[in-house]
Design a protein around this ligand. Structure first.
Ligand SMILES: [Zn+2]
Length: 436
């Protein structure tokens, strides 16, 4: 399976400039490719093939005076930018035709130099190398200092260099590793994710929601006010913006760290892990959005999934429309929606239930049933997602009204009315969703 190993890197000033150039060239190539395909479509011409596009946008463009500077960066970076575009198109087409499951994927959008996160990818072809002195050699950039927080297990197949909103640089290596099955255990667990608790396990464990963002809210607000007091376009404003970005990055780091610890513990303690397949995007459009993103379920489920694959555990997502919070886990009676704030209830069969634990027990039962369905064997071998692709799929650009929030636990318990705002333009950026 493929894993990502990320390290902080410290390019010097010259290297930072070379990287800025590479980020810029990759963006231009991506946008040129997107524009060429859009124009071909408007002109009623056939879809430009990957090869034809590469020839026109990279090889031939380099010979023109207005794109000659593309020659200053590694050609692999440019090819990989087009590869991202091609993947984005393929995902979009597969989503249109229904071949791709899950939520709708929006057509690719133009990249902006104002994007918070910039990334370029070097493959083996580019001859990047980890040197004996511990530095990372990147073609046409130089030998960059890396802080090796842990050793790379094998030689990487590619490296993505990222500059985040806080101005930090990272090298994210893709390595192919064999699974390392952990010693088998008997326990299996169902997990109910929610907002009152981050997670409730079928064995009765309740994990409180840490609410990192909420806790940092006061500080973030102060920093944000600092920004608005500074003059537009001034250097002090830039500094204040960077401070905000760093504070946000710290929140994200803390959350990720916490999620890693929790997911590792759950995978280590259980042979099979079942979760309800939440519609996170649907919830993100409600007024609970802040809490939902603060919880970071999607990232957490991703961790559970790849760790399960890596350590030889079963993992499955359960259909989100099963009414797990309304069904008695002892007798199977569907008792109807529970009124607001009902944390525990008694079934006519005599069973007394904690609302969330009951839901988790139902998730476990549904997971076991589903895993038996597949040829009466174990859960189907997990399709392991390559952790976080760099391709241009903007999650909130997908315009879909189809996703229900019913399956999401604790929402009805909060007693909130939910308004979906599917017309929201994602983060104020141009969506370009009609042109492809
Ligand atoms: Zn019952």
């Amino acid at each position: 399976m493929q894993l990502r190993y990320s390290y902080r890197i410290y390019p010097d000033l010259g290297q930072q400039q070379a990287l800025a150039r590479a980020f810029g060239c990759a963006r231009v190539v991506f946008n040129d490719g997107l524009r060429a395909r859009q124009q071909a479509r408007e002109a009623g011409e056939a879809y430009l093939s990957d090869g034809a596009l590469s020839k026109r946008i990279i090889t031939e463009a380099k010979r023109t005076s207005e794109r000659a500077w593309l020659g200053e960066v590694s050609v692999v970076v440019l090819q990989q930018a087009l590869a991202d575009l091609n993947v984005a198109y393929r995902n979009f087409f597969a989503s249109l035709s229904g071949k791709r499951k899950g939520r709708r994927v929006a057509p690719p959008r133009f990249r902006s130099r104002k994007d918070n996160r910039q990334a370029i990818r070097f493959t083996r072809n580019s001859r990047f190398a980890v040197l004996a002195n511990g530095r990372l050699r990147l073609p046409k950039v130089g030998e960059v200092i890396v802080r090796w927080s842990r050793p790379l297990p094998v030689a990487p197949t590619s490296v993505t260099v990222i500059k985040d909103a806080a101005g930090r640089y990272f090298a994210s290596f893709v390595v192919a590793v064999a699974g390392e099955p952990m010693p088998p255990v008997d326990a299996e667990v169902g997990i109910d994710l929610g907002l009152t608790h981050f997670a409730v396990l079928s064995n009765g464990t309740k994990v409180a929601a840490p609410r990192f963002l909420r806790r940092a809210a006061g500080k973030l607000r102060r920093l944000q006010q600092g920004v608005s007091r500074k003059q537009r376009g001034s250097n002090n404003r830039k500094k204040a913006v960077a401070k905000v970005a760093r504070a946000h990055a710290r929140v994200a780091d803390t959350r990720r760290d916490w999620q890693h610890k929790l997911s590792t513990r759950i995978i280590r303690d259980n042979q099979a892990v079942y979760v309800e397949d939440l519609c996170v995007v649907g919830l993100g459009r409600t007024r609970l959005a802040k809490s939902v993103y603060d919880a970071g379920w999607a990232a957490f489920l991703g961790m559970l999934e790849y760790k399960a694959a890596r350590y030889g555990r079963a993992f499955a997502r359960i259909n989100r429309f099963a009414p797990t919070s309304q069904t008695c886990s002892s007798c199977g009676r569907v008792d109807g929606p529970k009124p607001l704030g009902v944390r525990s209830w008694a079934c006519p069969c005599g069973a007394a239930h904690d609302r969330d634990v009951n839901a988790a027990v139902n998730v476990l039962a549904a997971g076991r049933a589903e895993s038996l369905n597949v040829c009466g064997a174990q859960v189907r071998p997990a399709r392991v997602p390559a952790p976080r692709e760099e391709a241009e799929i903007h999650p909130d650009a997908a315009q879909f009204p189809a996703c229900s929030v019913e399956g999401a636990p604790s929402i009805e318990a909060e007693g909130t009315s939910i308004q979906r705002r599917s017309d929201r333009s994602p983060s104020g950026r141009e969506c370009g969703s009609t042109a492809y």
